[in-house]
Design a protein around this ligand. Structure first.
Ligand code: KG4
Ligand code: ZN
Length: 338
């Protein structure tokens, strides 16, 4: 089984070809940091236009790299939501056109399901597993029981973790995207020089909250009375990262109690690229007697291989879509179960 995957829901344009033997035959991703960097965040309209300009070329390149033509694929899988609707439409309509023209099947993939199943592409993880899904737009804990079967255990009540990294970086003048910038700056910092809160730590359930942390960081910067010196910026970045990691570990511990059947802890989404977070979660899993899987960074940040893989998992179950399937800005993962 060969599936062409397309991803355009945020600020990465991506295409990939994946087979049912868990092999990625081709994968290309084009980011839009150059387009959005000067705004300090993603501008939806700019993102949609950039997808239009590069998607065709990325698809052609992926097929060429895989050494196949459209006639050899079984299906085209594209992200149909959730995400920035202009971008989602670019990818989904392109997938519909290719599927219709080549007479192939169409699979409308939930972007979050792509992230959720990425650990099965990289590591063949068995169901059920505990998933910490942390990206720029999402922050949730789920029990992954099977394809299309997700039990939401908790989520953020305000900002996503990636958003907290991004806004924190902007406050510290570290640029966009913020996560990698904070991680880099934190390497030279001491996380104990500034005391930041650990929102919801120790509370029942496993929800998250990050807006108070962002405010506390702003107060810490304002308290200096001037722009932070490089050493202070490093300390603030380290303090922010430490607070986020500590909260995540606490929430994951809670989640392990809520999903006792899970044998593995999986972390996915762009924030899963963070090394401090990976190390802390690996230790948490070990202490809880769980296996730990963090897919390679190229499968954690937005990519089309995970969308193609989700397509393969759905195709195996006969879950294909019609050409009139809609693009959706909002599409909660636990709704797939219904
Ligand atoms: O999954 P993703 O590529 O796009 C979304 O679906 O949101 O995630 C992007 C998010 C951004 O907020 C970015 O700052 C964050 O992932 N991120 C990181 C790191 N690399 C990317 N956060 C912390 N540490 C990193 N190394
Ligand atoms: Zn994502």
């Amino acid at each position: 089984m060969l599936v062409l995957g397309i991803e355009t829901s945020c600020d990465e344009t991506a295409a990939a070809v994946v087979d049912d033997g868990r092999r990625i035959l081709a994968q290309s991703v084009r980011g839009q940091n150059a387009e959005h960097g000067r705004f300090g965040g993603i501008v939806p309209e700019v993102a949609a236009r950039a997808h239009v300009e590069v998607l065709d070329g990325l698809i052609a390149r992926s097929l060429a790299e895989a050494g196949i033509g459209l006639a050899e694929i079984d299906a085209v899988a594209a992200t149909a939501g959730p995400g920035l609707i202009g971008g989602v439409m670019v990818g989904l309509v392109t997938a519909k056109a290719l599927a219709a023209a080549a007479g192939r099947k169409l699979i409308a993939v939930n972007h979050l399901e792509g992230h959720a199943l990425s650990a099965r592409l990289s590591d063949d993880v068995a169901f059920p597993y505990l998933l910490l899904l942390v990206s720029g737009g999402h922050c949730q804990l789920l029990e992954v029981q099977g394809v299309g079967r997700y039990r939401r255990l908790g989520g953020t009540i305000d900002d996503a973790a990636g958003e907290c990294f991004d806004k924190g970086a902007r406050l510290l003048g570290l640029g966009y995207p913020g996560g990698p910038a904070i991680e880099r700056a934190a390497l030279a910092g001491d996380p104990r020089r500034f005391a930041l809160p650990r929102p919801l730590k120790g509370r029942p359930g496993c929800d998250f909250s990050f807006s108070g942390l962002k405010t506390a960081l702003r107060h810490a910067v304002a308290g200096l009375g001037r722009a932070p010196a490089p050493a202070e910026t490093a300390n603030l970045a380290a303090a922010l990262q430490a607070a986020i990691v500590e909260v995540m570990v606490d929430r994951v511990r809670q989640a392990t109690r809520l999903a006792p059947a899970a044998r593995t802890l999986v972390v996915a989404g762009g924030v899963a690229a963070n090394r401090a977070l990976r190390a802390a979660l690996a230790e948490t899993a070990r202490a809880s007697g769980l296996g730990f899987v963090a897919p390679p960074v190229s499968l954690c940040t937005d990519n089309a291989a995970m969308i193609a893989w989700a397509g393969i998992e759905r195709l195996r179950l006969g879950l294909v879509d019609r050409l009139d399937v809609p693009a959706r800005a909002r599409w909660p993962l636990d709704e797939l179960a219904a």
